[in-house]
Structures are given as structure tokens and as C-alpha cells.
Design a protein around this ligand. Structure first.
Ligand code: ITT
Length: 200
């Protein structure tokens, strides 16, 4: 049995393979890039959970296989939760991580240290060909630095310092990040559901 990872973000694919593998998922994982004919779904949801479900459903409909999807982002306290679901295109061009991070730092330039709280959020959706759907969520809370540090991870990792940690996510090893990340938490919870739903 194969499971489609319904994402075109290569960083997510790498993290998800490690997280699901460590959680004991033995199903063969196929990236969405194996289905170039499937058009990207419009992320019209207003929550991470809705968008994750939209992405997973589209791949299930197109392939007949079970699929999991990740919708995630950075929620900044003083911005009322923005960029949130718009994190991938905050500066205008989808997936321009560097521009997104620079714009956010500029917007927060006058925000003092005690008000720089933020969290990463991730919704993990599982959709089966029989229509069964499950969503789990995970968070990683911390504070935002004034300048990027570290070149690990992707997106906003170089500016988010997890609570209780002296390094940014960009300075953590992949295993250290996955152990505490929003994505690790959401997908470890989903892996438990996956085992239950797909076991004979
Ligand atoms: P898919 O929709 O194909 O999965 P995407 O990159 O467009 O790929 P999202 O719409 O979920 O995915 O946007 C996620 C954005 O949130 C991502 O581009 C980063 O800017 C940010 N983000 C999510 N998880 C992150 C993480 O672990 N570290 C840093 N930034 C993260």
C-alpha cells in the first residue's frame, strides 16, 4: 500500500519522511511530484486544517491512493496571528522564503523583545480513498529574533527561537527540530491514527 505526501515543498517531504519513518510508518511514501499531471489545488480554506484537507483530497481523487497533507505557517502574536495561512507568500511570491523572512523582520523592527512571541502551526490531514478523513495539529511556540541565525531547515526557521532553547530552529539539527516541531507533533499524532485506520 502506498501513501501520497500531498506537498510540493521539498523541505516538508524530507521532514515528513524522517518523522513518519521514526513513528513506525512502514507504508511506501510517494511525493506529489510523482503525479505532475495533478494541478495544485487552490488553498481557499481559512484555517490550516481546511487547507490541509483540500490538498489531501485533491491527491486522493486524482490517484485513488491514500494521501496526507501539511498546511503550516508562522503565527505572530503582535500581528494577530499573521502571516498564518499566508506564510508561504507573505512578501508576494509563493515560496520566496528569503523575501518573506526579510519583510517580516522589517515589520517587527519596532517591536520590543517582550512582545516578540510567535508560534509555528501545522495541520496534518489524512484522507483515505473510502472518504475517511482525519486532521491533527501541532504547535511550536517561541520568540522571534531580530536577525536570522543558522541555515538549517527552511522558511522562518532562522528567526524562531523555541521556548526554552538558546538556538533558533535554523541552528537545530534536523532530528532536534523534528522532535519538537509543529510538524513533528502533528504527524506523530496522525501516525497513530494511520496505523489504526490502515491495519487489517
Ligand atoms: P505545499 O502547499 O505544497 O505543501 P507550501 O510551502 O506552499 O507547500 P504552505 O502553504 O503550508 O506550504 O506554507 C508553509 C509556509 O509556512 C512555508 O513556506 C514557510 O514559510 C512556513 N513554514 C511552515 N513550516 C515551517 C517550518 O517548519 N519552518 C519554517 N517555516 C515554516
Amino acid at each position: 500500500e502506498r501513501l501520497v505526501l500531498a506537498t510540493r515543498n521539498a523541505h516538508k517531504v524530507t521532514e515528513l519522511r524522517a518523522i513518519l519513518g521514526a513513528a513506525g510508518v512502514t507504508t511506501e511514501l510517494v511525493g506529489a511530484d510523482a503525479f505532475p499531471e495533478v494541478e495544485d489545488v487552490k488553498e481557499t480554506g481559512v484555517t490550516f486544517a481546511e487547507n490541509a484537507l483540500l490538498k489531501a483530497r485533491a491527491l486522493v481523487e486524482a490517484t485513488g491512493l491514500a494521501a496526507v497533507a501539511d498546511d503550516s505557517g508562522l503565527c505572530v502574536d503582535v500581528l494577530g496571528g499573521a502571516p498564518g495561512i499566508f506564510s508561504a507568500r507573505w512578501a508576494g511570491r509563493h515560496g520566496d522564503d528569503r523575501a518573506n523572512l526579510e519583510l517580516l523582520l522589517a515589520q517587527l523592527a519596532d517591536v520590543p523583545d517582550e512582545h516578540r512571541g510567535a508560534h509555528f502551526a501545522c495541520a496534518a490531514a489524512l484522507v483515505l480513498p473510502d472518504g475517511t478523513e482525519r486532521v491533527t495539529e501541532g504547535r511550536l511556540s517561541g520568540t522571534l529574533r531580530r536577525a536570522p541565525a543558522g541555515d538549517g531547515g527552511f522558511g522562518y526557521d532562522p528567526i524562531l527561537q523555541p521556548a526554552g532553547e538558546s538556538r533558533t530552529c535554523g541552528e537545530l539539527s534536523p532530528a532536534e527540530k523534528n522532535a519538537i516541531s509543529h510538524r513533528g507533533r502533528a504527524f506523530r499524532a496522525l501516525a497513530a491514527e494511520l496505523a489504526e485506520l490502515t491495519s487489517p
